[in-house]
Design a protein around this ligand. Structure first.
Ligand code: CP
Length: 291
């Protein structure tokens, strides 16, 4: 199978190449165009950023896009994921971007010949989110080695946390996690949020994933006080430290309303970088540099 499924399958060199190429696309413009290519998006879970960012990336690359409405497809009549994707391939699409609630759904797609781009699988992985996070960190600090990142919140349900922790450690970063005990797993070393605030270069917040049955055994107000980021905490961060969040944000729960766009926040610039990272990934796959 071709495409991008998770970052574990990629070498560190391939990951660095995707980020470097995304930076080049952002800063120097576009040397490539694929006007003869036709891609589909297939989102079984809702999305604002990833779906539209992939669509924007494809439009910038000259690729024609069909955003398939899963609710009005034959999925509702019992069609399997394999049969849906196989159908798209035989209809003539050259690639498909898929988000699905099932971890590693792509293992059901062995035999598909067109490239598949994973836009998130359950609580498994979200490779292009991690790549855009890494691009944002590199833009800020110019390298990864020795940087400290704390991922805060609902770690156990988060594909972003799992993907980021693995790749950040591989790139030489120190990764910590903080949050309510019931949300933590063995993704990284546990640290108190207030310790992380004083020592880390990146504070990466996560929302509570209620759609994955995350149970909050405190009120939202209590969560905000104990594990949220608000001005008093931001004032204690290292002078050079930044705030990140994959979004969507739940204002007033994991992050105070007035912090979402404060000077340390890179939350919206992360979204811009997502377009370039997705352009980079699609180009590398179409050029045969990523299998
Ligand atoms: N970060 C992210 O995956 O956002 P969406 O769910 O809106 O795509």
């Amino acid at each position: 199978m071709r495409g991008l499924f998770n970052l574990k399958r990629l070498t560190t060199e391939q990951i660095v190449d995707i980020i470097d190429y995304a930076e080049a696309l952002k800063n120097n413009g576009l040397p490539v165009s694929y006007p003869d290519k036709k891609f589909a998006t297939l989102f079984f879970e809702n999305s604002t950023r990833t779906q539209n960012s992939f669509v924007m990336a494809m439009m910038k690359l000259g690729i024609q896009v069909d955003q398939i409405d899963v609710q009005h497809s034959s999925v509702t009549k019992g069609e399997t994921l394999y049969d849906t994707v196989r159908t798209l391939e035989y209809i003539g699409f050259d690639g498909v971007v898929i988000r699905h609630s099932q971890n590693e759904y792509y293992k059901e797609l062995e035999g598909i010949n067109m490239p598949i781009f994973n836009a998130g699988d359950g609580s498994g992985s979200h490779p292009t989110q991690s790549l855009l996070d890494l691009m944002t960190i590199k833009e800020e600090f110019h390298s990864f080695k020795g940087l400290k990142c704390c991922i805060v919140g609902d770690i156990i349900h988060s594909r972003v946390a799992h993907t980021n922790a693995e790749i950040m450690k591989r790139l030489g970063m120190e990764v910590y996690i903080a949050g309510p005990e019931s949300f933590l797993d063995d993704t990284a070393e546990v640290i108190s949020l207030d310790e992380a605030i004083k020592t880390c270069d990146v504070i990466m917040l996560l929302r509570v994933q209620f759609e994955r049955n995350a149970h909050l055994d405190m009120t939202k107000e209590e969560y905000h006080q104990k594990f949220g980021l608000y001005k008093e905490r931001v004032d204690k961060m290292k002078k050079t430290a930044i705030i990140m969040h994959p979004a969507p944000v739940n204002r007033g729960i994991e992050i105070a309303d007035d912090i979402v766009e404060c000077s340390r926040s890179r939350i919206f610039p992360q979204m811009t970088n997502g377009v370039y990272v997705r352009m980079s990934v699609i180009s590398r796959v179409l050029e045969g540099k990523l299998q």
